[in-house]
Design a protein around this ligand. Structure first.
Ligand SMILES: NC(=O)c1ccc[n+]([C@@H]2O[C@H](COP(=O)([O-])OP(=O)(O)OC[C@H]3O[C@@H](n4cnc5c(N)ncnc54)[C@H](O)[C@@H]3O)[C@@H](O)[C@H]2O)c1
Length: 337
């Protein structure tokens, strides 16, 4: 039985990945320092048979080293990070600490035990910066990050590449587009809009709502990560995207439309409100994911229509998810200079 470590396993993507790995009968050790975006609710109800949790910071190199020696993982999926661009604009200290120095400590821990553990370092499409026109960035595209968040992820990607070249670590990097689905912290646009509709609040969209993102259902991302553990090559980068782009106005209108279709009463305050833009806001991200498809035969299984329906359904069926999170953490506007 393969053994995997997931770092950041109480977060959005991490918890969905832990669930998928357990479903596939792998043994999982979750390492999370339980920062503000970690939710106990995200792993509620999982079977503990093949699952262990250690509350550890990836900056704690000694503890990481001991875990690697004792647990003897075949692979590590590194998802531990600070992830909200607006927070990185207000104060990037945690982004430098967790996304750069944290990855450095993780790499050092792996390097110190001299094994062939395969590291899947999970990064983002935001490292490529604004993608103009109808182009899509492939893995050879120059890194050109615009926010402290994307710059911290880009730095960590460079560190990983340097450890493969210099110390022969067995690692690869994945650059994924915007994820959506169950268990996403409501500071991010989709759960935030769902929360606001349920709570009869306005729906704030930055600038004119024209910013375009490529949306992938979280399970499709997690399937791609597992496939890359088995088929991905050391030192390579792989983009992971669905190919489906839309702008924020389209996105929020799609969510509203689905609430109406379910005959859910929409309160009078639920109206799209265009608000001041985020500084350094990239207009468009779009990936070319042909390399992943060629290498692993992966294809996205969930269309946007199915995925957004499933996502809305999950948040409606799980009101405790929102209740367990302090409103202060996601209702205040951040990232304005
Ligand atoms: N959400 C997206 O759309 C998206 C897209 C592409 C890539 N990514 C990447 O995927 C990863 C996970 O993103 P997410 O949306 O699930 O984030 P999230 O904020 O929901 O979860 C991050 C998790 O990491 C944990 N963590 C943070 N710092 C840590 C540390 N020093 N030690 C241990 N645990 C720590 C947090 O407690 C939390 O549980 C990130 O690396 C992010 O850059 C996310």
């Amino acid at each position: 039985m393969k053994r995997f470590i997931v770092t950041g396993g109480y977060g959005f993507i991490g918890s969905n990945l832990v669930r998928l790995l357990l479903k596939k009968k792998f043994k999982v050790l979750n390492i999370d320092n339980f920062s503000y975006s970690a939710q106990k609710y995200n792993l509620r109800g999982i079977s503990k048979k093949n699952y262990i949790f250690k509350k550890i910071d990836i900056n704690n190199r000694n503890k990481l080293r001991k875990i690697l020696i004792n647990f003897k993982p075949h692979g590590i999926f590194n998802l531990a990070a600070d992830t909200h661009v607006d927070r990185s604009i207000d104060d990037s200290s945690n982004f430098i600490k967790n996304n750069i120095v944290g990855v450095f400590n993780l790499l050092e821990a792996i390097k110190s035990i001299k094994t062939k553990i395969k590291l899947i370092h999970v990064s983002t499409d935001e490292v490529y910066g604004d993608i103009k026109g109808a182009k899509r960035s492939n893995e050879k595209y120059t890194y050109d990050p615009s926010s402290p968040y994307s710059a911290s992820k880009a730095s960590s990607d460079h560190l990983v590449t340097s450890y493969v070249k210099t110390y022969k670590l067995n690692a690869l990097i994945t650059n994924c587009s915007n994820n959506y689905g169950p268990r996403q912290f409501p500071e991010k646009i989709i759960p935030k809009m769902i929360f606001n509709i349920i709570q009869n609040k306005p729906l704030p969209i930055y600038s004119k709502g024209k910013n375009s993102r490529e949306w992938i259902y979280v399970d499709d991302h997690c399937e791609a990560l597992i496939k890359l553990f088995f088929k991905g090559k050391k030192g390579e980068k792989y983009n992971i995207g669905s190919g489906f782009n839309c702008n924020n106005l389209f996105l929020v209108n799609s969510i509203l439309k689905r609430f109406k279709k379910r005959k859910i009463k929409i309160g009078s305050k639920v109206k799209i409100k265009l608000v001041r833009d985020r500084p350094g806001h990239d207009l468009r991200y779009a990936l070319n994911s042909q390399k992943l498809k060629r290498t692993t035969n992966w294809r996205p299984r969930v269309t946007f229509e199915e995925g957004i329906e499933k996502t809305i359904e999950w948040y409606i069926q799980n009101p405790e998810f929102f209740k367990n999170i302090s409103k202060k953490l996601f209702t205040k506007r951040l990232g304005l200079l």
